[in-house]
Ligand binder design. Structure first.
Ligand code: NAG
Ligand code: NAG
Ligand code: NAG
Ligand code: NAG
Ligand code: NAG
Length: 740
């Protein structure tokens, strides 16, 4: 029996039509004259007819050749081979056989690893980065060096600080991850509109991954391939799913990748219920792939493709089905568009905006370059220009080591590694490190993590600095004439409480994996050419957190089991640095200029009886179940008008975060929740106005234990960088309640 029209196979075939053979000029189907007579090439026929036409022409053996990430060519129909798997997490990357750096294009702009870009809290920057990646990727496609289907962004939450791939994510907060996902997908796909809007052509296809509950590589006996993530309804709804939901709903991603792990006993790729919900409730119209064995799984778990017309639109919208791609609007992109000056500048700008100043005692930084005769730079990564991108990197256009960055500011720079490598198992190099530290005016130690500590298939077991790095930092701190500057590389949080407490370590900077602009950005910050403003997108926990089982997916604390909860939303224990922490060379004060004190929810319920809709506590209306009343929500939306005053001496680009805390009506209400952020340019000694839009049903609601979003009535606390404001939400439904 031929596959039914709604079989995923149709989807495969039609995406396959995007096809290119690797390492040569892109080929395309429907090339006149030899294939032009096939009905599937006839643009005046409806898409389902074209799809059916194509499928009817394939033999069973031909169909089977299409079921892996490498789809074979079918020359008699003009279908070239296609490699589905290309990567572009923070720049076109070498992971994935769809990309090749041998050809006319030898490198691509290496933007900061995602976690550091997240630390900018600048949504327009995220969009710009993804747009730049899209231009370079499309140029590489035109040169036969990349595909059109990219398996990014990665929007799992950085749930546990040990996770080796936390660096690839936008951090621990679902609101931030959701916002990041939307910008990335919009930027990469451009006219993302297979689903209405724009000119209907996708520039590339982005893929939200890894759906869902994936954030463990290997811990004790657990591995990602078989791990069963046990997730409550409440955690699923308010923590694990929101980034994916936004990635699909607002970003309109054309691909979703399901993860290796199980979710509550069933492999994520076989969760009919969850995947069905993605189709029906979230309106997903694209293709679903599984991690790394793409198409086989789609075929295996048939039945997800509910709306084939939209699904095949992924392919049709890339234009290739309808003629020579070189004549399309992206056809002119080529080597001149890769590593362009604008992209190089954007990579630098992203690193500047992301780098986080964690400690700066007595305003030790910035250094005045005119009063510094000599600098000692110590650390195994300081003279390494190849490790600056972290996981899923490509080949950078330009790469500078941190050392070269400092050398561009100070003439006399001495360097020694101290430890021969990041694992730092020996103290043999300490003597030399102490020696150069004694001689220099100022000492900078570059410590922290690289991919030998955290990566795919490798979680950390400790949050402390690797090996003897801590001893190195302390030995140098004792020897140096003045307090030193500690620079930390890597994605995962590091317990540096020893350094935070030590006044011989004046300043601590988290530089993440800053990409190709990182060395210059770091030097600019240390010497005051750029005023740092990045903020941590995840909690930095103390080493004691490693007693928490990594396989426990619960977000909420459970005092009976000594379980402390996870992320700033639920964790109540000690931190090394909090989510959102980040200093500047300026100080800022904040004020609400206008924000409502009271919101009246007008219940206009005619369809469902009020008594079903309202849940009551002690005769009073306690909360509103959002799902049942969403139409009345719009009238509650407001803009919080905000004033930010820069009270310092330096201009600065400054992040403003708005948190809420709901009345604690039932179990599991978050301690607080980020509901808005913006980044504003400020001028020294001046005030700047900005605003944050608040949608109460979305932002002030919480998810109950059954996984349903509800808006609690009563006092909600809004917190703007330490300034509190209460909003009282009430409901005008008493009369209606009595009537029914
Ligand atoms: C394309 O389809 C249209 C509509 O069915 C038909 O009129 C036309 O002849 C077809 N063109 C070719 C080249 O087959
Ligand atoms: C830095 O590394 C480069 C390349 O490995 C090496 O040639 C150079 O000598 C190193 N610089 C110092 C100061 O050690
Ligand atoms: C910011 O304000 C704090 C507290 O008043 C003060 O200690 C610190 O020196 C100020 N920092 C700057 C950069 O002005
Ligand atoms: C946000 O990033 C964009 C893109 O780089 C930049 O133009 C803008 O100035 C940034 N905003 C702030 C406040 O720094
Ligand atoms: C409450 O609802 C009633 C009936 O719909 C309406 O007449 C009244 O104006 C509302 N009161 C307020 C304070 O909004």
């Amino acid at each position: 029996m031929p596959p039914k029209w709604n079989s995923p196979l149709y989807l495969l075939l039609f995406i396959q039509i995007l096809a290119i053979p690797s390492n040569s000029q892109p080929q395309f189907p429907c090339k006149p004259p030899e294939h032009h007579t096939h009905p599937f090439c006839n643009t005046s026929l409806p898409i389902p007819t074209r799809a059916q036409s194509l499928l009817s022409l394939l033999t069973i053996p031909e169909k089977i050749t299409q079921l892996s990430d490498h789809a074979s060519p079918i020359p008699r129909l003009g279908l070239p081979a296609y490699e589905w798997w290309s990567e572009s997490l923070h720049g076109v990357a070498t992971n994935g056989p769809g990309v090749s750096f041998s050809g006319p294009i030898r490198s691509a702009t290496l933007f900061p690893q995602v976690l550091l870009s997240a630390a900018t809290f600048n949504a327009s920057l995220w969009y710009s980065i993804a747009s730049a990646i899209a231009v370079e990727a499309r140029a590489m496609y035109n040169a036969g060096q990349a595909g059109l289907t990219f398996w990014a962004p990665s929007v799992n939450l950085f749930r546990d600080p040990r996770w080796g791939r936390g660096q690839e994510t936008p951090g621990e907060d679902p609101f931030v991850a959701a916002a990041y996902a939307v910008e990335y997908v919009k930027g990469l796909q451009r006219d993302s509109v297979m689903m209405g809007g724009g000119d209907g052509k996708l520039m590339l296809s982005a893929c939200c991954k890894h759906f869902t509950g994936y954030d463990l590589e290997k811990w004790r006996g657990f591995t990602r391939y078989t791990f069963d993530a046990v997730i409550s309804e409440q955690d699923l709804e308010d923590t694990y799913q929101p980034p994916f939901k936004s990635c699909i709903q607002q970003g309109k991603a054309s691909c979703l990748m399901c993860s290796y792990n199980r979710v509550n006993g069933i492999p994520a790729c076989a969760r009919q219920d969850l995947l069905q919900e993605v189709r029906t409730k979230w309106g997903f119209n694209g293709y679903i792939t599984s991690d790394c064995d793409a198409v086989a799984t789609i075929f295996e778990y048939q039945g997800y493709v509910q709306s084939p017309e939209q699904a095949v639109a992924v392919a049709f919208n890339s234009g290739l089905f309808d003629g020579d791609p070189a004549k399309g609007k992206y056809g002119k992109l080529g080597p001149q568009n890769v590593c362009s000056p604008e992209h190089t500048k954007l990579a630098l700008e992203a690193a500047r905006q992301g780098i986080v100043l964690l400690k700066n005692e007595k305003s030790f930084l910035p250094l005045n370059r005119n009063s510094i005769a000599s600098l000692a730079v110590i650390g195994p990564l300081a003279n390494d220009s190849l490790q600056l991108g972290g996981g899923y990197s490509g080949i950078p256009c330009n790469s500078w080591s941190f050392l070269e960055g400092f050398e561009s500011f100070v003439e006399k720079v001495s360097y020694t590694a101290g430890c021969i490598d990041v694992p730092c198992r020996s103290s043999d190099g300490f003597k030399e490190a102490v020696h150069i530290a004694k001689e220099a005016d100022v000492v900078i130690v570059v410590a922290g993590l690289d991919l030998s500590q955290e990566t795919e298939d490798l979680d950390r077991v400790s949050l402390l600095l690797p090996g003897k790095q801590m001893e190195l930092v302390s030995a140098v701190a004792v020897a140096s004439q003045r307090p030193l500057v500690l620079v930390l590389t890597g994605g995962g949080p590091i317990d540096v409480s020893f350094a935070d407490a030590d006044s011989r370590i004046a300043s601590i900077i988290w530089v993440g994996y800053p990409g190709e602009g990182g060395a210059q950005a770091l030097a600019e910050i240390i010497f005051g050419d750029y005023n740092p403003g990045g903020r941590l997108p995840m909690t930095w926990y103390p080493e004691s957190f490693t007693s928490v089982p990594m396989n426990d997916m619960s977000m909420r604390a459970d005092p009976y089991c000594n379980y402390p909860g996870r992320t700033y939303r639920f964790y109540t224990g000690e931190t090394v640095y909090r989510f959102g922490h980040g200093l500047s060379y300026s100080n800022y004060t904040h004020k609400f200029l206008s924000v409502p004190h009271k919101l009246m929810f007008e219940a206009q319920i005619s369809t469902s009886p009020v008594k079903n809709m309202l849940y009551q506590t002690r005769e009073e209306l306690a909360y509103i179940p959002i799902d049942e009343v969403s139409s009345s929500c719009d009238s509650l939306i407001f803009e919080a008008q905000i004033s930010v005053t820069n009270t310092g001496d330096m201009d600065g680009s400054h992040v403003v975060m708005l948190f809420s805390r709901a009345p604690r009506l039932f179990k599991g209400v978050p301690e607080k929740q980020l509901i808005g952020f913006t980044r504003v340019q400020t001028t020294s000694r001046r005030s700047t106005q900005t605003s944050i839009k608040v949608e109460p049903c979305k932002h002030l609601s919480v998810v109950n234990e059954n996984g349903h979003p509800v808006l609690p009535l009563g006092y909600h606390k809004l917190t703007l960088e330490g300034v509190d404001h209460f909003v009282f939400i009430e409901m005008n439904a008493t009369r209606a309640a009595f009537e029914s």
